[in-house]
Design a protein around this ligand. Structure first.
Ligand SMILES: [Zn+2]
Length: 395
């Protein structure tokens, strides 16, 4: 049976966590604003804030001038201490490592990337990730001694954001172990495309939307869902795998083990193949996007038809999840209306066309750094790792 003192201690932690959550979401807030958000009594809240300021977890700052009604003395606000720690987000993609750095006040202070050599093994990839973090720290004056945590986006199924599952675990634990050893911080992991969705919700095209379907259309096709403001992982960490919705059970075998998957029909290699069949041979996805920007008719036709296939799958998803916004990211999304219009018209005609719902279909804002940024958002919004780390040890 817990002693009353333990219960009080736990209650105190719950209150501290509520203050940290509000400041993470809201930036700088006055004590009155915090009181309104958290619903604690003035005495309790003020005592907790004073203690957190003493511990250096949050700092006091002068808020915006209250205007003529005040006497020139702006209201005091508190915010997360920007000196308290840095966060690093990494994405280990198929051919590249990307990094983003943020302070705990939500400010992104740097992004960078390095190519992975073809057929590099995990040890080599881990070393490249370590040297990328060191390079960005050196060039952008990031204090690695103030590093609080690292988020890592990886390709594939991730069960628990802190512990990759099964084969993925064996595969990636060597990388997380290397990062933990080098930087002496905890590493949180999630699927890279899902993290891109979370980043768009935090800083980009899905900002302020509570229910979002995100799809990344690139060499592969993946997705991520935000429902009720939370990133959806599913029971096995496989939620959002839009590219593996089967359009034809008798179709071409897919690397996932199924047949006729959307990715096999509209992923980068399939698009290049379809263009070649029309007599336009292109070396890679970048060349295909460039040809579409130059309005090569065969290429535009292939992409527009593929976008209609994507739209059909998204229309099914929209019927099932009822989002307010659909965000299309990845290289193909940079083509704007060529991609977005067929998706919009498929959703409009195939997902409850008689309902008065309004669903925005927009292009992602964050470009190639989306997943590395999402690895930071994972720690800010989804993981209790920061609060645990900042919290002083109690006996
Ligand atoms: Zn598949």
């Amino acid at each position: 049976m817990a002693r009353p003192a333990d219960a009080l201690q736990r209650l105190r932690r719950v209150h501290e966590e509520a203050v940290l959550d509000s400041l993470r979401m809201g930036g700088a807030l006055s004590r009155a604003e915090l009181m309104a958000r958290i619903g604690l009594s003035r005495t309790t809240l003020f005592a907790i804030i004073s203690e957190m300021i003493e511990q250096g977890v949050i700092v006091e700052t002068r808020g915006p001038d209250v205007g003529q009604r005040g006497r020139g003395r702006p209201a005091a606000q508190v915010k997360l201490n920007p000196e308290a720690g840095q966060l690093i987000g990494l994405e280990l993609a198929r051919h590249q490592v990307r990094v983003a750095v943020a302070n705990v006040s939500h400010q992104i202070v740097a992004t960078d990337a390095m190519e992975l050599p073809a057929q590099s093994d995990l040890e080599a990839q881990a070393e490249i990730a370590v040297s990328l973090v060191k390079r960005v720290a050196r060039e952008r004056a990031v204090r690695l001694s103030a590093l609080e945590a690292i988020g890592l986006g990886i390709v594939g199924v991730v069960d628990d954001p802190a512990v990759p599952l099964g084969l993925v675990s064996a595969r990636y634990s060597r990388i997380t172990a290397r990062l933990e050893k080098e930087f002496k911080v905890r590493v949180a992991v999630d699927n890279n495309t899902r993290l891109a969705a979370l980043a768009e919700r935090t800083w980009g095209a899905a900002r302020s939307a509570g229910n979002v379907v995100y799809v990344r259309w690139s060499v592969g096709v993946g997705g991520g869902y935000i429902l009720g403001g939370r990133l959806v992982r599913g029971a096995h960490g496989a939620a959002g795998e839009l590219g593996h919705v089967s359009l034809d059970p008798a179709g071409r075998p897919c690397h996932c083990g199924s047949r006729g998957c959307l990715e096999g029909r509209i992923g980068g290699p399939a698009l290049l193949e379809a263009c070649a069949a029309q007599g336009v041979t292109l070396p890679d996805l970048a060349a295909l996007v460039a040809a579409a920007q130059d309005r090569v008719p065969e290429v535009c036709q292939v992409i527009s038809s593929a976008a209609t296939d994507l739209g059909r799958v998204l229309a099914d998803t929209v019927v099932q999840l009822d989002p307010e916004r659909v965000v299309v990211g990845g290289e193909l999304a940079s083509l704007g209306s060529l991609v977005l219009d067929p998706v919009r018209s498929a959703i409009a005609s195939l997902s409850l066309p008689n309902s008065p719902r309004k669903i925005d279909v927009v292009q992602g804002d964050l470009g190639p750094s989306a997943s590395a940024l999402g690895a930071i958002a994972l720690m800010l919004h989804e993981e209790p790792v920061i609060a645990e780390h900042l919290r002083p040890a109690t006996g």
